[in-house]
Design a protein around this ligand. Structure first.
Ligand code: ADP
Length: 310
């Protein structure tokens, strides 16, 4: 293992957001989107040496993705440019106070064609933490194999593997997700899931205690269950610990789970104990929901203490 604190990979999307109803002429703005990119930016903003790997189109949109990641301090040395496939796109329209994701164009995109060969150089460079989501293996057969290979390679090399279940019902069914994610969790030290997602890394229909017990039995060290405005629960072999969410006014909850994971992993990289890691996780989650955007509201290190009095 060398210089990197964290490596993550997946599909980064170009998101076009309408600030108001499109029919009423809402202006479109362009943003970088993607759960793994959110996590990478969360860590880079806190000063961790972070890289994102994946496949992006060779056109201007792919260039935009790379520029945005670089501008946020995320390393992109091992990103593959794909001359044949287009960028993955996402359109969002703000209809009311909530953002409504209206449309994705990601089938056949450069990002969805991710393969083992794309990830090999990044994995060879080494990182203390490998972060992966349950979104990437849903993209294609090659992305599924790349995810499994990366998890196995990193866990063999002694890296901490973190699996964010992140179920996307648009991409695959719960049964299809479970069949891939349950074995994948066997490579992980940390598993993050919402209450509803937890069953996707266990037996069909199993309740939370049963899924957690099976994961801990298989060598997972920490299972984090996120509970939105109710905070989170963390299970380890020592038992369960609750973390309250910080009392902020939520204006945009997109990216809260990614922020939470970034905070937890930042705490791990800083050597914090479980209570400290959870505190940082709920703090980043609070920043994410209290501001607009998927990652734009995430704090720099000197802003972390802003919420300390809450
Ligand atoms: P996901 O985005 O994956 O569904 P959650 O909604 O559970 O994840 O949010 C992740 C974390 O973000 C929560 O554990 C909590 O710490 C924080 N969070 C989410 N919603 C709120 C909220 N309304 N107020 C404060 N913190 C929140």
């Amino acid at each position: 293992m060398t210089g990197l604190d964290l490596l993550t990979f997946g599909e980064a999307l170009v998101s076009l957001r309408a600030a108001g109803p499109l029919a009423a002429g809402g202006a479109l703005t362009m943003h970088l989107a993607g759960a793994e990119a959110n996590v990478a930016i969360g860590l880079a903003r806190l000063g961790h040496r972070t890289a994102w790997a994946g496949r992006v189109s060779e056109d201007e949109l792919g260039g935009y993705v790379l520029r945005e990641l670089r501008a946020e301090g995320v390393g992109v040395d091992h990103v593959t440019r794909d001359p044949e496939r287009p960028a993955g796109l996402m359109f969002l329209e703000r209809r009311t106070a909530d953002l409504t994701r209206v449309r994705y164009h990601r089938a056949g995109s450069a990002g969805s064609a991710l393969s083992v060969e794309d990830l090999r150089p990044a994995l060879a460079a080494g990182a203390h933490v490998l972060h992966l989501t349950g979104i990437t293996p849903a993209l294609s057969d090659s992305a599924r194999e790349a995810t499994r290979w990366a998890a196995e390679t990193a866990s063999r090399s002694g890296a901490l593997v973190c699996l964010d279940v992140n179920h996307r019902a648009r991409l695959w069914t719960r049964d299809a997700a479970r069949a891939v994610l349950t074995p994948l969790a066997g490579y992980a030290s940390v598993v993050v899931a919402s209450e509803d997602e937890l069953e996707l890394v266990g037996e069909p229909g199993a309740d939370e205690p049963a899924v957690v017990a099976a994961l801990l039995d298989r060598g997972v060290e920490t299972v984090l269950v996120t509970l939105g405005a109710d905070g989170a629960r963390a299970y380890t072999r020592d038992g369960v610990r609750e973390a309250a969410a910080l009392p902020v006014t939520a204006v945009d909850t997109v990216g809260a789970g990614d922020a939470f994971t970034a905070g937890y992993l930042s705490g791990h990289l800083d050597g914090l104990d479980l209570a400290g890691r959870l505190r940082r996780a709920v703090t980043l989650g609070a920043f994410a929901v209290a501001g607009h955007g998927d990652w734009e509201a995430l704090p720099r290190r000197d802003e972390l203490s802003l919420l300390d009095d809450l």
